[in-house]
Design a protein. Structure first.
Length: 377
Protein backbone atom coordinates (compact mmCIF):
# COMPACT_ATOMS: atom_id res chain seq x y z
CA UNK A 1 0.00 0.00 0.00
CA UNK A 2 1.46 3.37 -1.07
CA UNK A 3 0.07 5.34 1.89
CA UNK A 4 -0.54 4.08 5.41
CA UNK A 5 -3.53 5.09 7.55
CA UNK A 6 -1.67 7.96 9.24
CA UNK A 7 -0.70 9.47 5.90
CA UNK A 8 -4.26 9.22 4.59
CA UNK A 9 -5.51 10.95 7.74
CA UNK A 10 -2.95 13.66 7.03
CA UNK A 11 -4.46 14.07 3.55
CA UNK A 12 -7.89 14.43 5.15
CA UNK A 13 -6.56 17.05 7.57
CA UNK A 14 -5.09 19.08 4.70
CA UNK A 15 -8.42 18.73 2.86
CA UNK A 16 -10.22 20.10 5.95
CA UNK A 17 -7.76 22.95 6.52
CA UNK A 18 -9.96 25.91 5.66
CA UNK A 19 -9.96 29.64 6.24
CA UNK A 20 -12.91 30.44 8.49
CA UNK A 21 -15.72 32.76 7.44
CA UNK A 22 -18.95 32.84 5.52
CA UNK A 23 -17.11 32.25 2.26
CA UNK A 24 -14.69 29.70 3.64
CA UNK A 25 -12.11 28.29 1.28
CA UNK A 26 -9.32 25.73 1.73
CA UNK A 27 -5.78 26.93 2.39
CA UNK A 28 -4.67 24.44 -0.27
CA UNK A 29 -6.98 24.28 -3.28
CA UNK A 30 -8.62 20.88 -3.48
CA UNK A 31 -7.72 20.60 -7.16
CA UNK A 32 -4.08 20.86 -6.13
CA UNK A 33 -4.52 18.35 -3.31
CA UNK A 34 -6.18 15.72 -5.50
CA UNK A 35 -3.66 16.51 -8.23
CA UNK A 36 -0.90 15.55 -5.78
CA UNK A 37 -2.71 12.40 -4.70
CA UNK A 38 -3.47 11.06 -8.17
CA UNK A 39 -0.04 11.95 -9.60
CA UNK A 40 1.61 10.13 -6.70
CA UNK A 41 -0.49 7.05 -7.44
CA UNK A 42 0.41 7.30 -11.11
CA UNK A 43 4.13 7.52 -10.37
CA UNK A 44 3.92 5.10 -7.43
CA UNK A 45 5.62 7.70 -5.25
CA UNK A 46 4.66 8.51 -1.67
CA UNK A 47 4.39 12.30 -1.75
CA UNK A 48 5.17 12.68 1.95
CA UNK A 49 8.48 10.86 1.47
CA UNK A 50 9.89 13.15 -1.20
CA UNK A 51 12.86 14.72 0.60
CA UNK A 52 14.73 16.46 -2.21
CA UNK A 53 13.65 20.04 -2.87
CA UNK A 54 14.44 19.62 -6.55
CA UNK A 55 12.32 16.44 -6.79
CA UNK A 56 9.48 18.20 -5.00
CA UNK A 57 9.54 21.12 -7.43
CA UNK A 58 9.58 18.76 -10.41
CA UNK A 59 6.64 16.86 -8.91
CA UNK A 60 4.67 20.10 -8.42
CA UNK A 61 5.39 21.14 -12.02
CA UNK A 62 3.94 17.83 -13.24
CA UNK A 63 0.83 18.15 -11.06
CA UNK A 64 0.04 21.67 -12.29
CA UNK A 65 0.81 20.81 -15.94
CA UNK A 66 -1.64 17.90 -15.73
CA UNK A 67 -4.35 20.09 -14.20
CA UNK A 68 -3.91 22.67 -16.94
CA UNK A 69 -3.84 20.06 -19.70
CA UNK A 70 -7.06 18.49 -18.43
CA UNK A 71 -8.79 21.88 -18.40
CA UNK A 72 -9.25 21.97 -14.63
CA UNK A 73 -7.26 25.19 -14.24
CA UNK A 74 -6.30 28.14 -16.43
CA UNK A 75 -3.58 29.99 -14.53
CA UNK A 76 -0.90 27.44 -13.75
CA UNK A 77 1.38 29.99 -12.09
CA UNK A 78 -1.11 30.68 -9.28
CA UNK A 79 -1.56 26.98 -8.48
CA UNK A 80 2.16 26.30 -8.62
CA UNK A 81 2.84 29.18 -6.25
CA UNK A 82 0.21 27.90 -3.84
CA UNK A 83 1.86 24.47 -3.65
CA UNK A 84 5.29 25.92 -3.00
CA UNK A 85 4.03 28.25 -0.26
CA UNK A 86 2.05 25.55 1.56
CA UNK A 87 4.68 22.80 1.46
CA UNK A 88 8.01 24.62 1.13
CA UNK A 89 8.20 28.36 1.82
CA UNK A 90 5.73 28.73 4.69
CA UNK A 91 4.91 25.20 5.72
CA UNK A 92 4.01 25.88 9.36
CA UNK A 93 0.36 24.91 8.80
CA UNK A 94 1.41 21.68 7.12
CA UNK A 95 3.79 20.81 9.97
CA UNK A 96 1.05 21.50 12.52
CA UNK A 97 -1.27 19.10 10.73
CA UNK A 98 1.43 16.40 10.60
CA UNK A 99 1.76 16.65 14.37
CA UNK A 100 -2.01 16.37 14.77
CA UNK A 101 -2.43 12.98 13.06
CA UNK A 102 -1.75 10.85 16.14
CA UNK A 103 -4.19 12.94 18.15
CA UNK A 104 -6.96 12.25 15.62
CA UNK A 105 -6.22 8.52 15.75
CA UNK A 106 -6.30 8.50 19.57
CA UNK A 107 -9.57 10.46 19.59
CA UNK A 108 -11.09 7.91 17.20
CA UNK A 109 -10.17 5.14 19.64
CA UNK A 110 -11.56 6.88 22.72
CA UNK A 111 -14.81 7.97 21.03
CA UNK A 112 -15.66 4.71 19.25
CA UNK A 113 -15.14 6.30 15.84
CA UNK A 114 -14.13 3.87 13.12
CA UNK A 115 -12.44 4.90 9.89
CA UNK A 116 -11.68 3.50 6.46
CA UNK A 117 -9.14 4.98 4.10
CA UNK A 118 -9.35 5.09 0.31
CA UNK A 119 -7.22 1.94 0.26
CA UNK A 120 -9.30 -0.02 2.78
CA UNK A 121 -11.11 -3.11 1.54
CA UNK A 122 -14.34 -1.92 3.23
CA UNK A 123 -14.20 1.57 1.71
CA UNK A 124 -17.45 2.04 -0.34
CA UNK A 125 -16.92 1.39 -4.04
CA UNK A 126 -19.43 4.11 -4.95
CA UNK A 127 -17.28 6.75 -3.26
CA UNK A 128 -14.11 5.47 -4.87
CA UNK A 129 -15.65 6.25 -8.28
CA UNK A 130 -15.90 9.96 -7.49
CA UNK A 131 -13.48 12.41 -9.07
CA UNK A 132 -12.72 13.68 -5.56
CA UNK A 133 -13.33 10.74 -3.21
CA UNK A 134 -12.84 11.20 0.55
CA UNK A 135 -9.31 10.34 1.61
CA UNK A 136 -10.81 8.84 4.77
CA UNK A 137 -14.36 8.23 5.94
CA UNK A 138 -14.93 8.43 9.69
CA UNK A 139 -18.10 6.87 11.03
CA UNK A 140 -20.09 5.72 14.03
CA UNK A 141 -22.55 2.84 13.89
CA UNK A 142 -23.02 0.31 11.11
CA UNK A 143 -21.43 1.06 7.74
CA UNK A 144 -23.46 -0.58 4.94
CA UNK A 145 -21.60 -2.99 2.68
CA UNK A 146 -21.27 -2.37 -1.04
CA UNK A 147 -24.19 -4.64 -1.95
CA UNK A 148 -26.39 -2.78 0.56
CA UNK A 149 -25.39 0.59 -0.90
CA UNK A 150 -26.64 -0.64 -4.25
CA UNK A 151 -30.08 -0.34 -2.63
CA UNK A 152 -29.92 3.21 -1.28
CA UNK A 153 -31.24 6.67 -2.07
CA UNK A 154 -30.84 10.10 -0.49
CA UNK A 155 -34.04 11.93 0.46
CA UNK A 156 -33.27 15.65 0.25
CA UNK A 157 -34.95 19.02 -0.07
CA UNK A 158 -35.67 22.39 1.45
CA UNK A 159 -35.18 23.14 5.13
CA UNK A 160 -38.64 24.71 5.10
CA UNK A 161 -41.04 22.18 3.57
CA UNK A 162 -44.63 23.32 3.71
CA UNK A 163 -46.56 21.52 6.44
CA UNK A 164 -49.31 19.67 4.61
CA UNK A 165 -47.48 17.96 1.73
CA UNK A 166 -43.68 18.33 1.88
CA UNK A 167 -43.12 16.80 5.30
CA UNK A 168 -45.53 13.99 4.55
CA UNK A 169 -43.93 13.18 1.18
CA UNK A 170 -40.46 13.03 2.80
CA UNK A 171 -41.69 10.84 5.65
CA UNK A 172 -43.62 8.46 3.40
CA UNK A 173 -40.64 8.16 1.02
CA UNK A 174 -38.46 7.15 3.96
CA UNK A 175 -41.06 4.54 4.91
CA UNK A 176 -41.28 3.32 1.31
CA UNK A 177 -37.52 2.82 1.07
CA UNK A 178 -37.44 0.88 4.34
CA UNK A 179 -40.37 -1.31 3.31
CA UNK A 180 -38.58 -2.00 0.02
CA UNK A 181 -35.37 -3.02 1.80
CA UNK A 182 -33.54 0.16 0.80
CA UNK A 183 -31.34 2.52 2.81
CA UNK A 184 -32.06 6.24 3.10
CA UNK A 185 -28.71 8.07 3.31
CA UNK A 186 -29.09 11.80 3.68
CA UNK A 187 -27.62 14.81 5.49
CA UNK A 188 -29.56 15.22 8.76
CA UNK A 189 -30.58 18.73 7.69
CA UNK A 190 -33.69 20.31 9.19
CA UNK A 191 -36.70 19.85 6.93
CA UNK A 192 -36.94 17.27 4.14
CA UNK A 193 -33.80 15.35 5.17
CA UNK A 194 -35.06 15.21 8.76
CA UNK A 195 -38.51 13.88 7.86
CA UNK A 196 -37.01 11.36 5.46
CA UNK A 197 -34.81 9.99 8.27
CA UNK A 198 -37.81 9.90 10.60
CA UNK A 199 -39.88 8.04 8.04
CA UNK A 200 -37.22 5.36 7.66
CA UNK A 201 -36.92 4.95 11.42
CA UNK A 202 -40.69 4.86 11.99
CA UNK A 203 -40.92 1.94 9.55
CA UNK A 204 -38.34 0.05 11.58
CA UNK A 205 -35.45 0.49 9.15
CA UNK A 206 -31.94 1.85 9.47
CA UNK A 207 -30.87 5.11 7.92
CA UNK A 208 -27.58 6.98 7.63
CA UNK A 209 -26.53 10.63 7.82
CA UNK A 210 -23.48 12.30 6.29
CA UNK A 211 -22.29 15.22 8.42
CA UNK A 212 -20.32 18.37 7.62
CA UNK A 213 -18.05 18.28 10.67
CA UNK A 214 -15.89 15.95 12.71
CA UNK A 215 -17.75 13.32 14.74
CA UNK A 216 -16.62 14.63 18.14
CA UNK A 217 -18.10 18.06 17.39
CA UNK A 218 -21.64 19.13 18.36
CA UNK A 219 -24.18 17.73 15.91
CA UNK A 220 -25.19 20.23 13.23
CA UNK A 221 -27.93 21.23 13.09
CA UNK A 222 -28.41 21.19 16.87
CA UNK A 223 -32.17 20.72 16.39
CA UNK A 224 -31.48 17.18 15.14
CA UNK A 225 -29.14 16.05 17.90
CA UNK A 226 -31.72 13.57 19.24
CA UNK A 227 -32.44 12.35 15.72
CA UNK A 228 -28.72 11.62 15.25
CA UNK A 229 -28.73 9.62 18.50
CA UNK A 230 -31.85 7.76 17.37
CA UNK A 231 -30.19 6.85 14.07
CA UNK A 232 -27.27 5.25 15.94
CA UNK A 233 -29.56 3.46 18.42
CA UNK A 234 -31.46 1.87 15.53
CA UNK A 235 -28.42 0.41 13.73
CA UNK A 236 -27.83 3.30 11.37
CA UNK A 237 -24.69 5.40 10.99
CA UNK A 238 -23.23 8.90 11.15
CA UNK A 239 -20.41 9.50 8.67
CA UNK A 240 -18.04 12.31 7.76
CA UNK A 241 -14.97 12.85 5.60
CA UNK A 242 -13.88 15.51 8.08
CA UNK A 243 -11.46 14.41 10.87
CA UNK A 244 -13.07 14.10 14.35
CA UNK A 245 -11.79 17.36 15.90
CA UNK A 246 -12.66 19.67 12.99
CA UNK A 247 -15.58 22.07 13.42
CA UNK A 248 -18.39 22.58 10.93
CA UNK A 249 -17.78 24.97 8.03
CA UNK A 250 -20.21 26.24 5.37
CA UNK A 251 -17.79 24.84 2.78
CA UNK A 252 -18.13 21.36 4.28
CA UNK A 253 -21.92 21.54 3.89
CA UNK A 254 -21.52 21.92 0.12
CA UNK A 255 -18.79 19.28 -0.12
CA UNK A 256 -20.97 16.89 1.91
CA UNK A 257 -23.67 17.10 -0.78
CA UNK A 258 -21.53 15.23 -3.33
CA UNK A 259 -21.23 12.32 -0.88
CA UNK A 260 -24.99 11.94 -0.46
CA UNK A 261 -25.39 11.34 -4.18
CA UNK A 262 -22.01 9.64 -4.54
CA UNK A 263 -22.63 7.00 -1.88
CA UNK A 264 -26.14 6.11 -3.08
CA UNK A 265 -27.85 5.04 -6.31
CA UNK A 266 -29.41 8.49 -6.59
CA UNK A 267 -31.47 11.16 -4.89
CA UNK A 268 -35.13 11.94 -4.30
CA UNK A 269 -35.93 15.66 -4.22
CA UNK A 270 -39.00 16.34 -2.08
CA UNK A 271 -39.30 20.11 -2.37
CA UNK A 272 -36.83 22.80 -3.40
CA UNK A 273 -37.07 26.48 -4.13
CA UNK A 274 -35.31 27.93 -7.16
CA UNK A 275 -32.46 29.17 -4.95
CA UNK A 276 -31.45 26.37 -2.63
CA UNK A 277 -28.52 24.31 -1.38
CA UNK A 278 -30.51 21.25 -2.50
CA UNK A 279 -29.52 22.12 -6.06
CA UNK A 280 -25.86 21.47 -5.22
CA UNK A 281 -26.78 17.84 -4.59
CA UNK A 282 -28.93 17.71 -7.73
CA UNK A 283 -26.02 18.97 -9.80
CA UNK A 284 -23.55 16.55 -8.19
CA UNK A 285 -25.91 13.61 -8.76
CA UNK A 286 -26.45 14.44 -12.44
CA UNK A 287 -22.71 14.88 -13.02
CA UNK A 288 -22.17 11.49 -11.36
CA UNK A 289 -24.76 9.88 -13.69
CA UNK A 290 -26.97 9.03 -10.73
CA UNK A 291 -30.76 8.89 -10.81
CA UNK A 292 -32.48 12.13 -9.83
CA UNK A 293 -36.10 11.63 -8.84
CA UNK A 294 -38.12 14.81 -8.32
CA UNK A 295 -41.52 14.92 -6.68
CA UNK A 296 -44.05 16.46 -9.10
CA UNK A 297 -46.55 18.61 -7.17
CA UNK A 298 -47.98 20.33 -10.26
CA UNK A 299 -51.35 18.60 -9.83
CA UNK A 300 -51.93 20.09 -6.35
CA UNK A 301 -53.82 23.37 -6.66
CA UNK A 302 -53.01 24.43 -3.09
CA UNK A 303 -49.30 24.57 -3.93
CA UNK A 304 -49.67 26.68 -7.04
CA UNK A 305 -47.95 29.74 -5.52
CA UNK A 306 -45.71 27.94 -3.04
CA UNK A 307 -42.09 29.12 -3.41
CA UNK A 308 -40.75 25.88 -1.91
CA UNK A 309 -41.74 23.89 -5.02
CA UNK A 310 -40.59 26.35 -7.69
CA UNK A 311 -37.31 24.47 -8.06
CA UNK A 312 -39.22 21.21 -8.59
CA UNK A 313 -41.32 22.76 -11.35
CA UNK A 314 -38.32 24.26 -13.11
CA UNK A 315 -36.38 20.98 -13.00
CA UNK A 316 -39.38 19.05 -14.32
CA UNK A 317 -40.15 21.62 -17.04
CA UNK A 318 -36.68 21.02 -18.55
CA UNK A 319 -36.18 24.81 -18.64
CA UNK A 320 -33.20 26.13 -16.68
CA UNK A 321 -34.94 29.30 -15.55
CA UNK A 322 -33.45 31.01 -12.51
CA UNK A 323 -32.01 28.10 -10.56
CA UNK A 324 -29.22 29.00 -8.15
CA UNK A 325 -26.82 27.31 -8.11
CA UNK A 326 -27.51 26.64 -11.82
CA UNK A 327 -28.04 23.12 -13.09
CA UNK A 328 -26.69 22.64 -16.67
CA UNK A 329 -29.58 22.17 -19.08
CA UNK A 330 -27.86 19.20 -20.76
CA UNK A 331 -28.60 17.12 -17.63
CA UNK A 332 -32.33 17.84 -17.45
CA UNK A 333 -33.15 14.82 -19.60
CA UNK A 334 -31.96 12.56 -16.79
CA UNK A 335 -34.47 13.89 -14.25
CA UNK A 336 -37.37 11.56 -13.43
CA UNK A 337 -40.79 12.90 -12.42
CA UNK A 338 -42.47 11.16 -9.49
CA UNK A 339 -46.09 11.94 -8.66
CA UNK A 340 -46.90 8.92 -6.53
CA UNK A 341 -45.00 6.54 -4.31
CA UNK A 342 -45.88 3.63 -6.59
CA UNK A 343 -43.92 5.29 -9.41
CA UNK A 344 -40.80 5.50 -7.24
CA UNK A 345 -41.29 1.92 -6.10
CA UNK A 346 -41.29 0.75 -9.72
CA UNK A 347 -38.11 2.69 -10.49
CA UNK A 348 -36.17 1.38 -7.50
CA UNK A 349 -37.28 -2.13 -8.41
CA UNK A 350 -35.74 -1.58 -11.85
CA UNK A 351 -32.53 -0.25 -10.28
CA UNK A 352 -32.42 -3.28 -8.01
CA UNK A 353 -32.93 -5.59 -10.97
CA UNK A 354 -30.08 -3.93 -12.90
CA UNK A 355 -27.77 -4.34 -9.91
CA UNK A 356 -28.60 -8.04 -9.71
CA UNK A 357 -27.96 -8.51 -13.44
CA UNK A 358 -24.65 -6.61 -13.19
CA UNK A 359 -23.52 -8.68 -10.21
CA UNK A 360 -24.52 -11.92 -11.97
CA UNK A 361 -22.47 -10.85 -14.98
CA UNK A 362 -19.46 -10.09 -12.75
CA UNK A 363 -19.76 -13.46 -11.05
CA UNK A 364 -20.03 -15.18 -14.41
CA UNK A 365 -16.87 -13.41 -15.63
CA UNK A 366 -15.05 -14.50 -12.46
CA UNK A 367 -16.19 -18.09 -13.02
CA UNK A 368 -14.93 -18.02 -16.61
CA UNK A 369 -11.58 -16.68 -15.41
CA UNK A 370 -11.37 -19.51 -12.91
CA UNK A 371 -12.20 -22.07 -15.62
CA UNK A 372 -9.54 -20.62 -17.94
CA UNK A 373 -7.04 -20.66 -15.12
CA UNK A 374 -7.92 -24.26 -14.33
CA UNK A 375 -7.42 -25.24 -18.00
CA UNK A 376 -3.92 -23.76 -17.92
CA UNK A 377 -2.82 -25.96 -15.03
Amino acid sequence: MLYNDSEMILFSLIYSDVQAGRFARPYLTHKNLYGIFYESLKQNINFFKINSLNELNVFFDTVVDNLKESGQIRESEKYLEELKIYFIENKSRFETLKNKVELEIEICKTNDIKYKTFFSKEYPENLKKLQDPPFVIYYKGYLPKNNELEKSLAIIGTRNPEDKFGREVAKRTGELLTNSGWWNISGLAVGCDEYGHKGSLSAGGATGAILAHGLTQPVFPKENKELAEDILMKDGFLLSEIPPTIKMSPLFLILRDRLQSGMTRGIFVVETSEKSGTLHTVKYALEQNKKVFVWDPSFITELKNCKEIKGNLILLSRINGTLSPPVPKKYFKDIVSIKKGDFLKEYIYELEKKSTETNDKKNQEISLEQINLFNKI
